[in-house]
Write a protein that binds this ligand. Structure first.
Ligand SMILES: NC(=O)c1ccc[n+]([C@@H]2O[C@H](COP(=O)([O-])OP(=O)(O)OC[C@H]3O[C@@H](n4cnc5c(N)ncnc54)[C@H](O)[C@@H]3O)[C@@H](O)[C@H]2O)c1
Ligand SMILES: C[C@@H](CO)CCC[C@@H](C)[C@H]1CC[C@H]2[C@@H]3[C@H](O)C=C4C[C@@H](O)CC[C@]4(C)[C@H]3CC[C@]12C
Length: 414
């Protein structure tokens, strides 16, 4: 993991800014003369438009928090797209509105743990973006189910690519495959090569690490037809933005507490965060460039982050919740760490005792407390060097969009 594949390929393709690869509008207002002129003097985009709209993409987990942003970003930013398949256990009603556009949108209700369902969805796709997963650090799901969905589900996606001849696979991994580790060692502005003792015990990071390994090991396997599979993995830090359930939970908790949240984590602990739009953009870019830079990018991992400021988890959330009327009380944690740890352990006990009656899954448990209390931030230019990644949304824009969304959540809650 974290190995580099040599220098940049220098193929001179459009990799950089978002505007560079937007769909081009048709030449308007010239009628038949316009068409004739276009044939004689093709527009810069016309050479590609002969081959445009030829690719079939599949997004697993396309109705999740990140998946929806990936789906919308592909429709906006991928001119080569002919068909977009969205595979998810639960399909969202918003998919209907996408079906009226120029790209064929195919919604597939399915389960990644069912190999035959995955194979049917993958057959004929050129690129698979595998974001489906069970994200659970609160004990809502059993470790076995997390493993089944995240590890076996990923194995099924890989085998489906091999059996049906799909050559490009992008996997949404997580910063958690590296850390924070169980020893609470800080990872400060680290990159893909920074040495760190990645030791996992919790089922979620264990499953993500195993799945990532499967994806990277699959790079180079021969798919149906004899060509090699090209894979890579993106490791987002903590994602925020429109649709972020945990942000919604914090917001509602603050409202219940009379517009206040109480500081539990020292402000000095830095936690890496990335805007969902930029994570989606990186997926689109990596999927596109993987097809042209297989030798450089195949089998690689990339941390996925942007220019969001390095702050503690709570201070960062206040960037959005503050303008929505919440206040973070205290400049230091109001409860000592040992007491928080005690409460976290108590929550585990309560979860276990109440399990036969109800699902008790609070935000605070020993694992989330350890995560929130350990500095884990990344700083790397590997994605820029390998495939020209620059964040599409500035921090100001990401912040404004997220605040607007929280305000809309507030509006709909009233
Ligand atoms: N949220 C974060 O901060 C974060 C950070 C790093 C990585 N990730 C990774 O990004 C991916 C997406 O996470 P998210 O936050 O959008 O989660 P999410 O729960 O919102 O989305 C996951 C999607 O996968 C689908 N899914 C779950 N089990 C499935 C199954 N058996 N078959 C088919 N679909 C299934 C869900 O229905 C959901 O739509 C995950 O792989 C996660 O590990 C998330
Ligand atoms: C002690 C509480 C007092 O306010 C704060 C608890 C905060 C935790 C609920 C969150 C702190 C760090 C978060 C995780 C992190 O951002 C990265 C993640 C990786 C990703 O793959 C899935 C989500 C998550 C595990 C994320 C979950 C919530 C936190 C543990």
């Amino acid at each position: 993991m974290g190995r580099e594949g040599g220098g940049a390929s220098g193929r001179g393709r459009c990799v950089a800014g978002p505007g560079a690869c937007r769909r081009r509008p048709p030449v308007a207002g010239l009628g038949g003369l316009g068409l004739w002129l276009q044939c004689l003097f093709p527009q810069p985009g016309m050479a590609d438009s002969a081959q445009a709209q030829k690719l079939v993409y599949l997004v697993t987990g396309g109705c999740g928090f990140l998946g929806e942003h990936v789906v919308r970003m592909l429709l906006q930013q991928e001119p080569q797209l002919r068909e977009l398949r969205i595979f998810d256990l639960h399909l969202g009603p918003w998919l209907e509105e996408l079906k009226t556009g120029p790209v064929q949108v195919t919604a597939i209700q399915g389960d990644v743990t069912q190999a035959h369902e995955v194979a049917a969805a993958v057959a004929g796709a050129h690129v698979v973006i595998h974001t489906a997963g069970l994200v659970d650090v609160f004990g809502k799901t059993s470790p076995e189910t997390i493993h089944e969905v995240n590890v076996q589900g990923t194995r099924n996606v890989i085998e489906a690519c091999v059996q049906t001849g799909t050559r490009f696979l992008v996997y949404t991994s997580s910063m958690e495959v590296v850390g924070p580790n169980i020893k609470g060692q800080p990872f400060y502005r680290g990159n893909e090569n920074t040495p760190y003792e990645a030791v996992h015990r919790h089922p979620y990071p264990c499953s993500k690490a195993l799945a990532e390994q499967l994806v990277l090991e699959a790079n180079g396997r021969k798919v149906l037809g004899g060509l090699p599979l090209v894979t890579c993995a993106l490791r987002p830090t903590g994602i925020y933005g429109e649709g972020h359930q945990i942000m919604r939970d914090f917001y509602h908790q603050g409202l219940r507490l009379g517009g206040r949240l109480f500081r539990a984590i020292p402000a000095s602990v830095e936690h890496g965060r990335v805007y969902v739009g930029n994570v989606a953009w990186m997926h689109v870019l990596v999927a596109r460039e993987l097809q042209h830079r297989a030798a450089l990018m195949g089998g690689q991992v990339y941390f996925c982050y942007d220019n969001s400021p390095y702050k503690s988890y709570e201070d960062f959330n206040m960037e959005f919740l503050g303008p929505c009327g919440l206040r973070l009380v205290g400049t230091r944690p109001l409860l000592p760490y040992w007491l928080l740890l005690f409460l976290a352990a108590l929550n585990v006990l309560l979860q276990w005792l109440l399990r036969p009656l109800l699902l008790y899954a609070p935000l605070l448990n020993p694992y989330t407390l350890a995560m929130a209390n350990t500095t884990f931030t990344v700083s790397t230019d590997k994605a820029r060097r390998h495939f020209g990644y620059e964040p599409l949304f500035s921090w100001e824009e990401s912040r404004t969009r997220t605040i607007r969304w929280v305000q809309a959540v507030e509006g709909s809650a009233q």
